[in-house]
Design a protein around this ligand. Structure first.
Ligand SMILES: [Zn+2]
Length: 92
């Protein structure tokens, strides 16, 4: 799909937590941030890619600027949002 990359503002729209993954092979820490906290700390206009570059792993200290911290909106929360809206084309 074309268009600008999604920003963290979508987390508030969807009430979706931010899942954060450390890709340091010796760490593999996973964390979750509440939508309001993610937006407050990283900015609503920040893309997910840019947000990952600004995060630091609380377990191993890996810094996102090195490209090994990735984040995304919670898929579970997204499906819950779709169900609340009527669950078009979704089963289960
Ligand atoms: Zn880590």
């Amino acid at each position: 799909m074309d268009g600008p990359p999604p920003t963290l503002a979508v987390l508030l729209e969807v009430d979706q937590r931010l899942e954060i993954y450390c890709h340091n092979p010796l760490c593999r820490h996973e964390a979750v941030m509440a939508p309001a906290e993610a937006v407050a700390r990283l900015g609503a206009d920040t893309s997910f890619e840019a947000a990952g570059r600004r995060l630091v792993c609380t377990k191993c200290g890996e810094h996102g600027r090195d490209g090994r911290i990735h984040c995304r909106g919670s898929i579970t929360d997204y499906y819950a949002y779709l169900r609340r809206r009527g669950g078009a084309n979704l089963k289960g």
